[in-house]
Structures are given as C-alpha cells and as structure tokens.
Design a protein around this ligand. Structure first.
Ligand SMILES: [Zn+2]
Length: 224
C-alpha cells in the first residue's frame, strides 16, 4: 500500500510543469482572457497575440472560426463598416442583464469575427474602428470582448490571484470592454498612444487602474 502511494505521488509534478510551461511558452498563454478589474496580462506582445489566438481557439472553438486572419488579409484596403448590423439597437442596451448573462441575441457582433459587445458599446466601437483604420490601414485587433460568467469563472480559476476579475465583476461581462492586440497591448506603441489620444471621442477609455494595477494596456472600456 505504501509503495503504491509512493508511486502515485510524483504524478502532479509533470502536470504542474505542463501548466507552467504553457503559461511561459506563449509569454502567458492565459493573457488573452484577462479579467476586467485586475486582469491577466503578459509582457511579450507578439507572443501574446499568437498565444491569444491559440488559447481562444481551444477555449471557444465554436465562436472562433478560422476567419480572422483571412478577413484581415482579404480586405485590407476596404473601409470597415461604420455601423453595426441593423438588428443591433443601442437604445435597448440598458443593463437589464446580470454580468456575464447577456443573451447572444442582445449582443452586437463586431467587425472582428467572433467578437461581440453590448449594442451601445458596439456602435461606438464601430466608429472608433473606422477612425483607427484610417490611421493605421487596418482594423483594430480584438482578442477578447464580451465574456460570459462561465468563461470568466474558468479564467478566474486559472489565473494567478489578482490577475483576473472575479466572475460577475468584469466589465467584459457587461459587454463593454475589449482586450486589444495589434500593437495596443504594448503601452509604448503608436497604436496605444493613438487610442489614448482619440478613443474618448468615441466613448472609449483606458481605465486608470489599467495603467498600473495591474498594467493592462490592452484593456479598454466603453463609458458612453
Ligand atoms: Zn480586459
């Protein structure tokens, strides 16, 4: 019996090392799924963008067809849409749904495939996206937008303490936050600085906490 127990003991170690290895391999494979008030993040931007896609794909395959790259390369010169689909009604976007419980029908798809927000935040995002496209020749890169309660719960369990918002507390669960990539995740980038200077015109801000605690240059919120 004792021998058997001893044999079993070492097993957790490889599991842990796999978890750690995957966390480091992608410069924080978990970064794309950060929280909202205290979120996850990683220092290395190109790695994170790559890791983001792979993580999100494995997390939510049905929501993420392989289209983002295609979409980007297929229409680089075209202007992105300036309005959300007609069925999105910003006036219907009150906070009638609890955090993380917004039905899909009440969410509004973004031009970035697989991403969605509350209708008023989405409508503002479309405008911001057009302005960003004018400046940089490409649409904003969105790594995460609305997150369900369940997704936030999984994230919270997976992330180190303080790095993901408690389920029910993330602005992502209200459908009014995005995590951006494409350069924005680097606070010194032209993309970040441009957003910092221009996003307010469109009702989007980089919240004060995200400058330092924790530092999340990629996290932006709609304040209307
Ligand atoms: Zn975020």
């Amino acid at each position: 019996m004792i021998g058997r127990h001893r044999k079993k003991r070492p097993e957790p170690a490889p599991v842990l090392s796999v978890v750690l290895a995957s966390a480091f391999a992608g410069a924080v494979a978990l970064a794309p799924l950060d929280g909202g008030s205290g979120e996850a993040g990683g220092p290395s931007e190109p790695a994170r963008a790559v890791a983001g896609h792979s993580v999100q794909k494995s997390d939510q395959p049905s929501e993420r067809p392989s289209g983002r790259a295609e979409q980007r390369s297929a229409r680089p010169a075209n202007d992105p849409p300036s309005e959300p689909p007609a069925e999105c009604d910003p006036s219907d976007a009150g906070s009638k749904h609890p955090n993380g419980r917004i039905p899909q029908d009440d969410l509004c798809p973004l031009p970035q495939r697989g991403e969605s927000l509350r209708a008023d935040a989405a409508a503002a995002f479309y405008k911001l996206n057009v302005a960003y496209h004018k400046r940089f020749g490409e649409q904003m890169c969105v790594r995460s937008s609305y997150r369900s309660y369940e997704k936030q719960r999984q994230l919270y369990q997976r992330m180190p303490a303080g790095m993901a918002a408690r389920p029910g507390n993330s602005k992502h669960g209200n459908g009014i936050a995005v995590d951006l990539c494409g350069g924005v995740q680097n606070g010194g980038s032209p993309q970040f600085k441009w957003l910092e200077a221009n996003s307010k015109k469109y009702g989007w801000i980089h919240p004060a906490w995200a400058y330092s605690s924790p530092y999340e240059p990629w996290h932006w919120e709609y304040r209307g």
